[in-house]
Design a protein around this ligand. Structure first.
Ligand SMILES: Cc1ncc(COP(=O)(O)O)c(C=O)c1O
Length: 365
C-alpha cells in the first residue's frame, strides 16, 4: 500500500495486513476463479471446485504444522470467542472442572465464559483489572486428574505477553487459544488436545476459525448439544453442515500457500524473531520509549511500548498516521502503543516504524 510516494504499513492487531501477493491473487481470481466463470464467492460450497479447495487447505495445514491423522481440522464460524463457549459445553459439565491459566485480557474472557458451563478455576488467582507484563509464577501440581482440561492463551495480544515454551499439562488434555500466534512459529501439535485460532491475524480474514482437535476427545461430548455448538457436527460433515464462510476459507488457502512458498514455518519463525528483536532492541536502547514486558515472555508478534511522556501520545499517533504508520495505538484496556507485526509485516515495515520513532524523538524529545 502507498500514500503518494510513501509506503503505508498497517500495524493493526486484527483484522491485520495481508501479504501483497495474496491481495493481488484475490484481484486476479475475482472474475474467474479456477475456470469456474465466476468468483469464488458465487460457487457452491458442495461443488467439486470448492471441495477441492477444502481438501487442499486441510492438507496444507497438516503439512505446515505437522498434524497427524489423530486430529480433525475443523472450520467454525463465531471467531475465537465461540470456542470459549464450545470448549466447556463439549468437554466439561456443570459438575465438571476445568483449569484455566490467565495472564491477560483473552484468558480472562475465556475463563469468564467457561464459568457459565462448568467449574472453571484459575491456576493462579487473577484480578480483572490487572495489566500483565509477565507470565505469573505457577504451581502445576494443582492440575490433577479431577480436571477435564487445562486451557491457556499462547500469546496475549493486547499486552504482548507470549509463552516461549509449552507448559507441562500433567497428562490432562491441554487446550490453547493460539489466535494471535498460530502459524507464526513452529509448535508441537501432539502436546495438545485442542488448538484454535480465528483467521484475521495470521490466517487471512475474519469469519472463520481453525479448530485442531484430537479425535478421541469428540466421544466425550454430551449428546444433547445444539448441532452448531457440537464439534462432532463439524467433524462428521467436513465443516459443511451449514453454508460455511467460503471467502475466508479461500483466503486462508492462499495464505497457507504463501507460508509454504516462503519457506514454511521455520522461515516464518526466523523472520518474526528478526523483526521483533530489531524493534525491541531499538526500544530498549531509547530513553524516550519503553517496553515493560519481561524479556523472557515478550511477544514476537505484538510489540507493546509506551512513550515516557504519555502526554505526547495523541501527537505521536497523528504524526504516525501522516508518516504512513497505521493502527499503532494500544488497546484501550492497556493504553500506550502496540505494533502488531504478524507474518505479513515485512522488515521494511519495522524499519519504517523505527525511522518514524527516531524522527519523532528528535522533534519532541
Ligand atoms: C488471543 C485472542 N483470543 C481471542 C480473540 C478474539 O477473537 P475473535 O474476535 O475472533 O472472537 C482475539 C482477538 O484479538 C485474540 O487476540
Amino acid at each position: 500500500m502507498s500514500q503518494g510516494n510513501n509506503p503505508i504499513y498497517n500495524f493493526a492487531p486484527g483484522p491485520a495486513m495481508l501479504p501483497e501477493s495474496v491481495k493481488q491473487q484475490i484481484i486476479d481470481d475475482m472474475p474467474n476463479w479456477r475456470g469456474s466463470g465466476c468468483s469464488v464467492m458465487e460457487v457452491s460450497h458442495r461443488g467439486p471446485l470448492f471441495r477441492q479447495l477444502i481438501k487442499e487447505t486441510d492438507e496444507l495445514i497438516r503439512e505446515i504444522l505437522n498434524v497427524s491423522d489423530e486430529y480433525d481440522i475443523l472450520m467454525t464460524p463465531g471467531g475465537a470467542r465461540l470456542q470459549y463457549s464450545m470448549m466447556p459445553m463439549n468437554f466439561s459439565s456443570l459438575t465438571g472442572k476445568a483449569m484455566y491459566f490467565v495472564h491477560g485480557h483473552w484468558g480472562k474472557s475465556a475463563i469468564l465464559e467457561a464459568q457459565k458451563f462448568c467449574n472453571a478455576r484459575p491456576l493462579v488467582p487473577y484480578n480483572q483489572n490487572e495489566i500483565y507484563s509477565s507470565i505469573p509464577k505457577y504451581d502445576m501440581s494443582q492440575l490433577d486428574s479431577s480436571f477435564d482440561y487445562f486451557h491457556y492463551t499462547s500469546n496475549e495480544t493486547l499486552e504482548g505477553v507470549e509463552w516461549q515454551f509449552i507448559p507441562e499439562n500433567n497428562d490432562i488434555p491441554m487446550f490453547c487459544d493460539m489466535t494471535s500466534n498460530l502459524m507464526t512459529r513452529e509448535i508441537d501439535v501432539n502436546k495438545y488436545s485442542l488448538i484454535y485460532a480465528s483467521a484475521q491475524k495470521n490466517l487471512g480474514i475474519a469469519g472463520i476459525t481453525i479448530v485442531i482437535v484430537k479425535k478421541e476427545m469428540l466421544d466425550k461430548a454430551p449428546s444433547n448439544l445444539p448441532l452448531m455448538l457440537d464439534y462432532r457436527t463439524y467433524s462428521k460433515h467436513d465443516s459443511l453442515w451449514n453454508t460455511p464462510p467460503t471467502f475466508p476459507w479461500y483466503v486462508m488457502n492462499l495464505i497457507l500457500n504463501w507460508i509454504k512458498n516462503t519457506g514454511g514455518l521455520s522461515a516464518v519463525e526466523k523472520r518474526n524473531y528478526e523483526k521483533s528483536a530489531k524493534l525491541y532492541e531499538y526500544i530498549d536502547n531509547s530513553q524516550f520509549y519503553k517496553n515493560n514486558v519481561d524479556m523472557d515472555c515478550r511477544s514476537k508478534v505484538n510489540v507493546t511500548f509506551l512513550l515516557n511522556d504519555e502526554s505526547l501520545n495523541e501527537k505521536f499517533l497523528s504524526k504516525a498516521e501522516e508518516a504512513g504508520i497505521k493502527a499503532i495505538k494500544g488497546h484501550r484496556a492497556v493504553g500506550g502503543m502496540r505494533a502488531s507485526i504478524y507474518n505479513a509485516m515485512p522488515m521494511a515495515g519495522i524499519n519504517a516504524l523505527i525511522n518514524f520513532m527516531k524522527e519523532f524523538e528528535k522533534d519532541y524529545g
